[in-house]
Design a protein around this ligand. Structure first.
Ligand code: FEO
Ligand code: CA
Ligand code: CA
Length: 524
């Protein structure tokens, strides 16, 4: 190779060469030595799948623990359990002084010591889900992020916080629901508010079976409704909008009620908000909501995807006689969105989870995590291309961008995020119990993966990080300067019980109980 080209090649690898006669010595240069500050600029080495009970990272990276379950955030409040979606908001337009929103999705009774499920235990669980808002600052020298304890912005929103329905709507006679729960992924609106999605609400408060006459109640796993009957199933499964600066919250009914995974926003050409959202269950649908007016999600039209026809089909109560025959009112239809979506011909997919929009091409990327009931064990990332690249379009084309499996080296894609160079980062979601099944053995613990947009690994899948035992990485979110990746380490050691004892000891090690935590990943 020509000497100059050879040096450029080495430079791309972060290596320098010292020539001595015909031989040369390689020296690895860290990002700091190369003056690279962004996580998006690195050619990562990657790691092999592994089973260590730790956060294992590609050698270019390190992590700091930012906050863990039960850490005090103020004199009154503590950080919740099973952190998921993360979203950042600037304060004073600074890149190093942020509000961090954190979703809290679920409760683990063994780790939280709430197995007796008394009223007091359940109240503790109700406090552990919902969300947390904290102020975090980055030290200008060390670049380390830390919580600003007792800051006036720090607050909790829990399953006990009253939240009104938007647009003055009442459900079962209530204009206000008690709390938010099952907060999985979410989104950020163009007007700088937060969307948090109520996913598997039925595990907390049960569900109403509308196929019986009269309708009957299906009990939840956690049995909250025994002590709190006012937590009606119909009050959950919505997209909740929150102003992170004030904590003001409202539940939107216009985007439908189901196991909302995420709410990914983008604008139409005339400035209205479009929200893409998936219903994470076996054989459930992918939706798109187009708001009626700019700056609001209170009213609009909900569409369901039919992949075979390449059409977004409206849940148009007013003009669809089948919907009018089945549901008494438009609100009844929205409460039972799944039934309406199936009725109009929505495609039944393999667990649509997170959705991201490519920053340069506008294509819509959707994780279809897996569906063992459809013999799909490793899932795929679907790509939707809207007609004329217009998010208001009602026709689209689709293709599979990546398919999970041993050949591609990942299984069960879930949360997605693009960086500022168009590299796609994603996390995997193999459940704690499935990890022991033969199909999932080669993948070992869950991971964080990256598909570089350029460089020698362009288009390939690289594993960047591996999660502690029985944990899942969730909520990847870059800092404004792309020098930090905030990441949730959710449910380390899940599925433990008194017989097994703790199945993870992360992050404290030795014999300690595991603690769901948020970490900040940065360059070495
Ligand atoms: Fe909460 Fe579908 O992940
Ligand atoms: Ca998820
Ligand atoms: Ca998941």
């Amino acid at each position: 190779m020509h000497r100059r080209k050879f040096l450029q090649f080495l430079g791309g690898l972060g290596l320098t060469a010292t020539f001595s006669g015909y031989g040369c010595v390689y020296t690895y240069k860290t990002a700091k030595q190369q003056h690279i500050s962004k996580l998006s600029q690195i050619e990562y080495t990657g790691i092999a799948p592994n089973s260590l009970d730790d956060v294992v990272l590609s050698p270019e990276l390190k992590y700091d623990l930012l906050i863990s379950w039960n850490d005090p955030i103020s004199k009154a409040d503590k950080f919740g359990f099973d952190n998921d979606y993360l979203c950042i908001f600037k304060i004073n337009d600074a890149a190093n002084d942020l509000l961090l929103w954190v979703n809290h999705e679920y409760c683990d009774r063994f780790i939280m010591k709430t197995q007796a499920a008394t009223k007091l235990d359940i109240e503790q669980e109700m406090y552990a889900v919902g969300g947390t808002i904290i102020r975090i600052k980055q030290n200008p020298e060390s670049k380390k992020w830390s919580l600003v304890k007792n800051d006036a912005y720090n607050r909790r929103i829990t399953a006990l916080t009253p939240i009104p329905f938007a647009d003055n709507i009442a459900i079962k006679g209530n204009k206000t629901a008690i709390g938010t729960l099952a907060n999985c992924a979410g989104g950020k609106t163009p007007w700088n508010t937060l969307l948090t999605c109520e996913e598997n609400y039925y595990l907390f408060v049960g569900e109403t079976n509308y196929t019986t006459q009269p309708a009957t109640h299906i009990d939840s796993d956690l049995g909250w409704e025994k002590f709190y009957p006012a937590h009606l199933p119909e009050h959950y499964g919505w997209v909740v909008e929150i102003d992170p600066y004030t904590g003001k919250a409202q539940k939107h009914t216009a985007m439908g009620r189901f196991a909302h995974e995420c709410a990914t926003t983008v604008l139409t050409k005339d400035g209205r908000c479009v929200v893409y959202t998936g219903d994470d269950n076996y054989f459930e649908c992918l939706y798109k909501f187009i708001a009626d007016k700019p700056g609001s999600l209170a009213t609009g039209t909900l569409y369901v995807a039919n992949l075979e026809k390449g059409e977004w089909i409206p849940l148009d109560y007013k003009n669809n006689p089948d919907l009018r025959a089945k549901f008494k009112t438009k609100l009844d239809m929205l409460v039972r969105t799944r039934e309406a979506a199936h009725l109009v011909g929505g495609s039944k997919l393999d667990r649509p989870e997170d959705i991201e929009i490519h920053p340069f091409t506008n294509e819509v990327f959707v994780s279809l995590t897996n569906n063992s009931k459809n013999n799909n064990y490793h899932g795929a990332i679907l790509k939707i291309v809207e007609q004329n690249n217009d998010h208001a379009a009602l026709h689209f084309k689709h293709e599979y961008f990546l398919t999970g499996g041993e050949e591609t080296g990942f299984s069960s894609p879930d949360n997605l995020i693009f960086d500022d160079h168009g590299n796609l980062w994603f996390t995997s979601d193999i459940s704690g119990s499935a990890m022991k099944n033969s199909e999932y053995l080669p993948f070992k613990n869950n991971g964080l993966f990256m598909v570089p947009a350029s460089g020698k690994n362009a288009g390939k899948v690289l594993q960047i990080a591996s999660a502690p035992n029985n944990a899942e990485f969730t909520g990847p979110m870059f800092s404004p300067n792309y020098d930090t990746l905030f990441l949730s380490v959710q449910h380390p050691g899940e599925n433990a019980n008194t017989q097994t004892g703790y199945l993870s000891h992360w992050p404290r090690g030795k014999s300690a109980a595991p603690k769901p935590s948020v970490i900040a990943i940065s360059l070495v």
